[in-house]
Design a protein around this ligand. Structure first.
Ligand code: F6R
Length: 607
């Protein structure tokens, strides 16, 4: 997803912008550019490709030199990745960078063409630059206000006006934008990691709010120019948390951070072996009142919801419907005021999940957000929020965020089951104690299976397609294993309920198709083993992930990855580890850009 930065202060602006953009690389991009006030004139440098290409270009053609400007990494939506389509885009007196989508850009472009404007690029962004220019009346706020009135979509903008030298404007309309404040300097950025090397202090802009960065200070107003007082926040992590700390990739670093992320997330919420979610405004009375639960999310977060469904239905006996946010929002779902809708999101800014939350509220349901990013849109808009404490997740492929989402869903499930009287106090304590011990077992799992996963990944290297199979909780987990592998290795893979294979999909199985089976649920072991035998008999290389005591031998599996045994309900938190590692090493072996897989963005803030 595109990344915006802006800077006003005493440092070399081009250097700050490029360094801040480096920290947003994780969002995914295909071109980059900056615009800086150089001798009171706005100078633009932009290039298709990586930031390195932009730096090389500036070395050859001259780097803009000054103390105020804006920068951008582009993830192409309108128009192919090219120098021309890269941001910044300009009108005569206005230059902008843009994150998000302008839905009505075609009609606005026609209006501007009819008024004699000409366009260089295929982007919706240039339409905004030209529209700002069209409305420009010497007053930046008035100009922004008139322009925003015409725009439809979700977006944020960084803007510089030629007549307002060394001043940067930022506006948020849905797509996230934060404003950093250091000593004598200020920043705008799409996300906090961009500025964390310079300052930990930042403001979060809300919809329709404008930031004005000038003379080392920052002020805020609404679209009508009314000044706003905003609360300064402080990031509770530093630049080290957003760096690789000696690991080759962020993904492997984040896999190793899982034990501490889970510990930080669950420890404050377990007191005397009992779950305490009252700080999140979740009370027993309220839990008792829900008839049904919807869990709505996208991608990995939705997969965490799938695991939660099996757990909640099993121990709390409450019906759980898991929905893909992009489907939920358009199918007029049957929600009532007696339902609880849980939105799971690492970023808290995913467009479809946000829309699902809005719809649920409109339909009268109570809403609970499980979110990693503090103060994000979903966290602010839901009735209740449980924060996961994974710290910044930089790799596009989610690992630690998934793990902490699982841990929170377990806390919730235990509390719900106990409040509803579906489990005894002894059982409840047994579960919470087992959950409290997962960080040490996750750590043990990582250490025990790392080398084996690295070795087994060499057997997947040349596969064109793979199958993940499992039953029950193992099926829910294999969905995530399959997604992880395909998104970073680019090998096609599917997850299948093991018992469903015979109803069609087994016809795909040959010696060319490895099958990864997850078998952590002993009550279903024999059934899944039969399914593994069926695929093995058709020539598939079989890789089994099971617990250390499982009665599975080499007659069934070509490779066995054994993980520690804990309470069966919690096994997904351990079995996720070899799946992440298999995906990671396969991607490394194939020479892929592990942390920034092609075509993907970390945070999907547009539909
Ligand atoms: C895959 C991945 C995505 C996200 C999805 C939702 O590794 O990270 O599938 O889980 O885009 O993002 P959030 O959780 O930010 O709403």
């Amino acid at each position: 997803m595109c990344g915006i930065v802006g800077y006003v202060g005493p440092r070399d602006c081009s250097d700050v912008l490029v360094s801040a953009l480096t920290k947003l690389e994780y969002r995914g991009y295909d071109s980059a550019g900056i615009a800086v006030f150089d001798d009171s004139l706005i100078k633009v440098a932009k290039s298709k490709g990586r930031l390195k290409d932009l730096i090389d270009k500036m070395e050859k053609e001259g780097k803009p030199s000054g103390h105020a400007g804006i920068g951008h990494t582009r993830w192409a939506t309108h128009g192919e990745p090219s120098d021309i389509n890269s941001h910044p885009h300009s009108g005569k007196r206005v230059t902008i960078v843009h994150n998000g989508i302008i839905e009505n850009y075609k009609e606005l472009k026609q209006f501007l063409l009819d008024n004699g404007r000409q366009f260089l690029s295929d982007t919706d962004t240039e339409v905004v630059a030209q529209l700002l220019d069209y409305y420009y009346d010497g007053d930046p706020i008035n100009t922004i206000q008139r322009t925003v009135r015409d725009l439809r979509g979700s977006y944020s903008l960084g803007i510089v006006f030629a007549d307002f030298v060394d001043t940067v404007y930022g506006i948020r309309c849905e797509s996230p934008l934060i404003v950093g404040k250091g000593k004598d300097e200020s920043f705008i950025a799409s996300d906090v990691p961009a500025i964390i090397n310079y300052t930990k202090n930042y403001y979060t802009l809300e919809y329709g709010e404008i930031a004005i960065l000038k003379d080392g200070s920052v002020s805020f107003c609404d679209l009508y120019g009314k000044p706003l007082a905003k609360e300064l926040k402080t990031a509770d992590w530093d630049e080290k948390a957003a760096e690789k700390a000696g690991y080759e990739h962020y993904m492997i670093k984040e896999i190793h951070e899982q034990p501490s992320a889970v510990k930080t997330t669950i420890t404050p919420r377990i007191e005397n072996d009992m779950v305490n979610l009252t700080e999140c405004s979740i009370t027993d009375e309220m839990l008792k009142s829900f008839d049904r639960i919807f869990i709505v999310a996208c991608g990995t977060a939705m997969h965490a919801g799938m695991v939660a469904k099996y757990v909640i239905e099993k121990i709390a006996r409450v019906e759980v419907i898991v929905d893909i946010a992009s489907e939920f929002r358009y199918r007029n779902p049957l929600i009532t005021s007696k339902d609880l809708v849980i939105i799971i999101s690492q970023s808290g800014e995913t467009a479809d999940s946000k829309a699902a939350l809005k719809l649920s509220k409109e339909m009268g349901a109570k809403t609970l957000a499980i979110v990693n990013v503090k103060g994000s849109s979903i966290a602010r808009e839901a009735d209740m929020v449980i924060y996961t404490h994974a710290g910044p997740e930089i790799a596009v492929a989610s690992t630690k965020a998934y793990m902490v989402q699982l841990s929170v869903m377990y806390l919730f499930a235990f509390e719900l089951a106990f409040s509803k009287g579906k489990i005894t106090k002894d059982k409840y304590i047994e579960f919470t104690k087992a959950l409290a011990s997962t960080p040490e077992y996750i750590e043990k799992t990582i250490e025990e299976v790392k080398d084996e996963c690295q070795y087994i990944s060499t057997k997947l290297l040349n596969a064109d397609s793979l199958l993940y199979i499992g039953r029950g909780l193992d099926y829910a987990l294999s969905m995530e294993g399959s997604l992880k592998l395909k998104e970073i290795s680019y090998i096609h893979s599917e997850s299948y309920a093991a018992g469903e294979l015979k109803h069609g999909t087994i016809s795909l199985v040959t010696e060319q198709m490895p099958v990864i089976a997850v078998v952590t649920q002993n009550d279903l072991l024999e059934k899944t083993v039969s399914n593994i035998k069926e695929v093995k008999a058709r020539g598939a290389v079989t890789i089994v992930i099971c617990d250390e005591h499982a009665n599975i031998g080499n007659d069934v599996a070509d490779y066995i990855i054994r993980i520690p045994q804990i309470n069966p309900l919690l096994m997904p938190m351990l079995a996720a580890v070899p799946m992440q590692l298999l995906a990671y090493y396969t991607s490394v072996n194939r020479g892929n850009d592990v942390d920034k897989p092609r075509n993907l963005a970390k945070s999907v803030t547009v539909e």
